[in-house]
Design a protein around this ligand. Structure first.
Ligand code: F6R
Length: 365
């Protein structure tokens, strides 16, 4: 039931503060992650993990890409991320003491399951699943499971599944990081930041009207670029995927530093450039990327922390977002991009909940 909402996708976007909170529930105190909440033998299985191999598809793959930044930064454990359809069809080497981590909303994605089954034959330390559907094949075949509490996701374009996957992945990262010597104060600082996320997401939802206004600029465009740096690069990828899926506008995401290495050639007044720029140590670099776009007549749409001091100007539209901790920023910054895609699709009159050619669960190759 869509209730008061025009589409399931919009309803699911608005459910995010609640389902992110539900995904934290029972797994974190005010200052700590409760490792036991990840499973009775979690401590054992996470001990001596030397490598994390993440496997997923689509939006879930983007969640895995964000997690890689967290796992390497906080736990200091090397992490690889690969799309399941690639992993399963190449000769791969499973390093010793690898934790094999599959991320899937449905738990029935054929390629992800095939990758897990193959890796099992090769041997690894443990299989962890981050999944939204209880009793799914992925849940049944894994040693450890962290259920996202997104509830059923009806819209084909994944929204609340993604932000709850990120929440679960950050909680997992902290559990792994503790095993690897993350100081208590740092854990407490990040756990406190996680508690702020539902409220920050609500603050972003309050910008819906402004984002709807912004979306008008995309209606008659055929192409768009999305830029981000660091853990916001996967957020840019996810923003671009949402836009192409539901509005059928060609959208490409690049790490902002790659701009000069090719995509800058595409930039002109017909190419809107969307940038996610929270206030972290990369923001100054990002600002110079923005100037490069501006100098070529590209119109910029910047989602930035109000502290980042990105100034609106001719051709630079700035949407100020709440100040967020750099670690939790990818969760919060995903939301305005979901809303942007949603409104562009509504303006274009596409079938938002059932985009052409796509299925919710890809159970065949
Ligand atoms: C995009 C989308 C897909 C899925 C992908 C994986 O909005 O929904 O890209 O993320 O098909 O599905 P799961 O997570 O069920 O394995």
């Amino acid at each position: 039931d869509k209730g008061e909402y025009r589409h399931f996708m919009l309803k699911e976007i608005y459910e995010q503060p609640r389902v992110i909170k539900a995904t934290m529930e029972g797994r974190v105190t005010n200052t700590r992650v409760l490792e036991q909440a990840l499973g009775t033998d979690a401590e054992n299985l996470l001990e001596n993990v030397r490598h994390v191999q993440i496997i997923a598809c689509g939006t879930s793959y983007h969640a895995g890409m964000v997690a890689r930044y967290w796992i390497e930064e906080l736990a200091g454990v090397p992490c690889s991320v690969e799309v399941a359809s690639e992993f399963r069809y190449r000769k791969h080497v499973i390093q010793q003491d690898t934790l094999f981590l599959c991320i899937s909303q449905s738990g029935e994605t054929a390629d992800t399951l095939a990758a897990l089954r193959q890796a099992k034959k090769a041997g690894f330390r443990a299989a962890l699943a981050i999944c939204n559907v209880p009793g799914s094949s992925l849940v049944r075949e894994s040693d450890l499971v962290i259920m996202t509490q997104a509830g059923p996701e009806i819209g084909v374009a994944s929204t609340k599944a993604f932000t709850t996957q990120l929440t679960a992945l950050l909680i997992f990262t902290l559990a792994l990081a503790r095993q690897n010597g993350l100081p208590e104060e740092q854990e407490a600082e990040i756990v406190k930041a996680i508690h702020l996320v539902p409220g920050q997401v609500s603050d972003v939802l309050a910008l819906d009207g402004e984002i709807a206004e912004m979306s008008k600029a995309f209606m008659d465009k055929h192409h768009s670029l999305f830029l981000g740096r660091g853990s916001q690069f996967p957020v840019a990828l996810e923003g671009a995927l949402k836009l192409k899926e539901i509005s059928y506008i060609h959208a490409e995401a690049y790490p902002a530093g790659e701009l000069k290495h090719g995509p800058l050639a595409l930039v002109d007044s017909e190419m809107p450039v969307v940038t996610v720029a929270p206030n972290n140590d990369l923001v100054e670099k990002l600002k110079s990327n923005l100037e490069e776009v501006r100098a070529r007549g590209g119109e910029l749409f910047v989602f930035a922390d109000k502290m980042a001091n990105v100034k609106p100007d001719e051709g630079i539209h700035v949407m100020q977002l709440p100040s967020v901790h750099p670690i939790t920023a990818p969760i919060v910054y995903t939301v305005p991009l979901q809303l942007l895609s949603y409104h562009v699709a509504v303006l274009k009159g596409t079938d938002v909940d059932q985009p052409r050619n796509l299925a919710k669960s890809v159970t065949v190759e």
